[in-house]
Write a protein that binds this ligand. Structure first.
Ligand code: ADP
Length: 536
């Protein structure tokens, strides 16, 4: 049968065959909500009907500023399912960026969690297209008295019709959701996903060699629903009927460990920064993770020390993944092949460190600066290009330039790819160090630094140098109560990397500045410390 690939089909399937499979959600204002996929679908339909009554029509954008919770999930399905575009905003951005993005996207309604009420109140008057502001709570007289312009989510749901059905005129190539890149340089750029790209991405994500979700799993996405749609997990989990646990605002180590263990979570996903907090909590409390079997780690390089700790101390398998907003976001995931089974343990450990291989639907290649494709031999290092079913063709509204190069999307990363397709990110092209004409990978140097017993966090940046143009500078946050000796730290690299890779100096700091998705802001570090070697 010729049927369109539509996002509503996911929640329809989940409601029909996994209707009582639980979605457990930590509420922003306290307490836990529990219901099944059938309830989630029913409320998504009522929400869709309420938005229609408000006059919203395809392809109006509906903004969200929200944590991972059941109402946000209903928005994913109610908004996209009815032909509108679900535009998730990152609340950690600077208010000026929120204003820029919402005006650029022309969001007509904004749904927001209580946490973000001060942000919404501050930016509201500068939003040109947004006519409705919906607090994702039951109605509250105190809030109404202070903010008369606020509407309440539960009132909207109550207003929705019980007999509303998904529109029958949607095409799989229609827009379904919108995310903006974090824009560390220049204005953020919008990436518009279609129903088709989202469904193909979700179907592939769930397969065993990718995220490996099943109806026996319980998924807790730590990665926020505003960070590239929580890496597509809110689509991939209902598609196979996994139980879901939505952690709400509490993303600290203790809150997460409590939820992992009380809800018997089997799989999770998140950025390394979050896992560092969780591992520190486990270390301090002596708790274990008896139910968690694996977790997807990506967004920035997962240090091998973290993979080892999860495996050796907690029996948790790390699935190291690489992706980007422009790729919905999944590009590659590290899983073994049949031929690797029976390999010596130490070789397997080494193989599991890289960013993995692309699933069906994605093709990766490395290219030199003149656009010549380099061999997949594990040695040739070049600019990582990508093409596939869920890769963008242009930025939203065309603002952000033409992202494609001869039919490929240049990712801005520098990589090697081996003959089996396993890809290793060496650096972002703007972060990599070129010293006396030779490349030095900051990622490799950082991974080694955080395996030092006294180092909590590390960043390596390119610092200007009179003789070599650029030299690596190691920036370090020591572990609490430790005062490591710089010379000893540099000695730690001896024998582990080429001599000329060893950083010239160590700079101690209290914290490393991070962007809205938890990534180190290396440009800010370069501004602060880029000249320290010249001064010497
Ligand atoms: P932005 O590009 O705006 O920072 P994204 O979340 O789309 O936001 O980030 C994509 C980038 O993150 C990739 O191009 C890559 O540099 C980095 N990245 C993602 N996953 C990994 C990983 N596993 N290892 C190293 N870098 C990664």
């Amino acid at each position: 049968m010729d049927r369109e690939l539509l996002i509503s089909a996911i929640i329809d399937h989940a409601a029909l065959y996994h209707g009582d499979t639980e979605i457990v959600s930590v509420n922003t204002s306290g307490g836990i909500n529990r219901y099944g996929y059938a309830d989630c679908r029913a409320r998504s339909l009522k929400l869709a009907s309420a938005l229609k009554k408000k006059g919203m029509q395809k392809p109006d954008r509906i903004g969200t500023l929200a944590w991972n919770n059941h109402r946000h999930l209903e928005l994913y399905y109610g908004v996209s399912g009815s032909g509108l575009v679900c535009h998730t905003l990152n609340p950690r951005l600077h208010p000026d960026q929120v204003i820029y993005i919402m005006n650029h996207a022309e969001d007509r309604v904004l749904f927001f969690d209580k946490t973000f009420l001060p942000l919404v109140a501050a930016v509201k008057d500068q939003l040109k297209s947004t006519g409705s502001f919906v607090l994702m709570e039951a109605s509250d007289e105190e809030v109404s008295a202070e903010y008369p312009w606020i509407e309440f989510y539960e009132d909207l749901i109550a207003d929705g019709d019980d007999d509303y059905t998904w529109p029958d005129d949607l095409n799989e190539r229609d827009a379904s959701s919108l995310c903006y890149t974090s824009g560390t340089t220049g204005n953020p750029k919008g990436v518009l996903y279609s129903h088709r790209s989202t469904l193909i991405h979700a179907m592939m994500s769930a397969t065993p060699d990718v995220m490996n979700f099943s109806a026996q799993d319980c998924l807790l996405p730590v990665v926020p629903m505003f960070h590239v749609n929580a890496w597509g997990t809110p689509y991939a989990a209902p598609l196979v009927g996994s139980k879901m646990v939505m952690p709400g605002p509490g993303l600290d180590g203790k809150s997460l460990v409590d939820l992992f263990n009380s809800e018997k979570v089997t799989i999770s996903a998140g950025v390394p920064t979050i896992w560092a907090g969780l591992l520190a909590h486990l270390e301090a409390s002596g708790e274990k993770l008896p139910h968690l079997t694996r977790t997807v780690v990506g967004g920035s390089a997962c240090p091998p020390a973290m993979i080892n700790k999860f495996r050796d101390l907690y029996d948790v398998e790390v699935l190291h993944a690489w992706g980007m907003t422009e790729l919905s976001p999944l590009g590659s995931v590290n899983n073994l092949k049949n031929k690797h089974l029976g390999m010596p343990e130490s070789d397997i450990i080494k193989l599991r460190e890289n960013q993995g291989r692309p699933p069906f639907g994605i093709e990766l290649g490395v290219f030199d600066d003149d656009d010549n494709q380099l061999p997949n031999d594990g040695v040739a290092q070049g600019n990582l290009y990508c093409r596939g079913y869920w890769v963008l063709t242009e930025y939203f509204s065309g603002d952000g330039g033409d992202p494609l190069h001869s039919g490929w999307f240049p990712t801005g990363d520098v990589s090697t790819i081996d003959a089996d397709g396993y890809m290793t990110i060496r650096d972002r092209s703007k972060d990599i160090i070129k010293s006396g004409g030779e490349w030095i990978s900051t990622v490799d140097l950082e991974n080694l630094a955080v395996s030092h017993p006294d180092i909590a966090e590390a960043a390596v940046i390119s610092a200007r140098h009179e003789k070599w143009d650029e030299r690596p500078l190691l920036i370090v946050v020591p572990k609490a109560g430790k005062t490591p000796d710089p010379a000893e730290i540099l000695k730690f690299y001896d024998g582990k990397v080429a001599k000329f890779w060893i950083p010239d100096a160590v700079q101690f700091v209290e914290s490393i500045p991070k962007g809205a998705t938890g990534k180190m802001l290396k440009n800010a570090l370069r501004d602060l410390y880029g000249d320290v070697l010249l001064a010497k």
